[in-house]
Every structure is written in C-alpha cells, then in structure tokens.
Design a protein around this ligand. Sequence first.
Ligand SMILES: [Zn+2]
Length: 294
Amino acid sequence: MVPLDSYFATNLRGKHTPSLSAILNVVAQNLFGHSTRTWCNANLRSYKLFWEEMMTEGGRTPSTRDTKLHHNFPTDLRTARQSIQIEPDVVKYAACPACCNIYPPKKSGKVMEWPTECVWRRFPHSQPCGEPLVKSAIEGGESVRVPICPFEVQDFDSFIGRLLCRPGYEKILDEGTVFSLQPDELTDIKDGSAIHDMKGPDGKPFLDGFKRNELRLAWSLSVDWFNPFHNKQAGKSASCGSIAMLLLNLPPSLRNKPENVLGGVGHCFAWQGTRPCVNCSSLCPNFILTELTL
Ligand SMILES: [Zn+2]
C-alpha cells in the first residue's frame, strides 16, 4: 500500500488565518512577483515581529496557543512553502566529475550523505574510477559534506502521485491515450507515427485508448547541457544543464504548465568536453515508458 494523503491538495481551512494569509502573501510575491528569497525572508521576519508586537501590546500576556503559533511561524521562504505543501520532493544525486556516474543520497539522522569517491568500473576487472564526489561545506552552522557535482531531480513517484491525485487529472490522462479520430489529421504531437506506432512490452500498441484497465503514460525527454559563462575563448569553462520531461498524455494547454513538468538540474565546475555531467542512462529507464496498473 502506498500512502497517498501527502499527494492530495492541502486542506487550508483549519489553518490559523492571519499566519496563513501572511505566508500566502510572501509565497505569491516570490512566485508571481519574482521577489528574491532574501526579500521574502525579510518580509516573513517583519510579519513575525509585527505579530509579536500585537500580541504583547499594552503589557498583555499572549495565550499558550498564540505563543506556539508565533513560535512556529516560518522565517525562511523554503519553510513557508513546505508549510503549505507546494515544495516538490527533490532528490539530490552526486554526479562523478570524471565518469558521470550518479549516486543517490543516504539519510543519516537529519543529514544526507553520499559516497566519498566514485566506485564505478569501466569493466568488471578494471580499477574503480576513484574520483572524489564530495567536498566540505557549512550548512546551518554545521560542517557537512556536499556533492562536488550535484544533480537535483524531482522524485518520480512523488511527482506522479501528486499529478494523479489532482482533481480531474486521472480522466484527462486516460483521454490522452486516445488518438485523433481522423487518421489523416494530426491534432497533437502524440498523433504522429513515432507515438502512434510505438509498441508496448507485449508487442501491441502502447497507447490504445481504453482497451486495458491500466493507465499508460508516454513522456518526451529533453536534455540540454551548456556553459553558463558563455562560450568565450578567454572565459570560464563550466558545465550546467537541465533534464525535463513532458507528459504527452496531457493536452497541449496543460502539458507545459510548471506543475506538470518533471525537471532536474545539474551543474559541475569541471568542464567535461562534449559530455553531459550526468549519466542520464541510469535515470531514464524508469522514466521513458511508465505503466501503472490501477
Ligand atoms: Zn567516476
């Protein structure tokens, strides 16, 4: 059994209205007004200070409930976004700067840990790559080890879970497995021969309308790596890039919405020539064709 409660939209009705409206205001400034995290944090702190002044005005002693609510009010934008559950679940991999192999984190208490060096072997009897994967950094005042080349990608199961739990989306995704009724008329990219003629593991058409009692999802994958400092002869050389996936079951009007795009971002400050700094092949098999039995 997969716990689904966290995938459904948060019920905000039971929340403390003044703190909720302050959080929504700051999150909206960030999302729609493109206010930076620094300014949003300053706003949250000023809300908290203002609230404290109001509670203790004229020497009043605030109730235990008010004190607790005030104590839990966030002063960081990331915590504010988490409190209304709009942060995606993200996995930070460590990518090897030399061979591009990737390593998922392991949780040790509250801290994430990655292997210190790459153990990938080109052949079974070859020497391991041995390239360092982590470096020292300070997070929250504590010394920790972080990836030299981080690659952050949304958790696939969590992304799909949230998508399917959004009202109406299951029906939309089902309808997305139906092709255009006019064989000579292409109304969407999925009506083209590449998707139309694609076969499933059983050798039958992968997308076949409602002939099976399972949902089938077809994705398009985009991988693009580039030098963020521009390609100047005398300039810095670095590699940074994104991996994004669009769900072709969705109609074009919904397909490119930010909440419906599965994304990953990686960067590395050691130039890898023409190679991307992440071995995509270790991520893709889970992604490209997905079958979910309902
Ligand atoms: Zn390596």
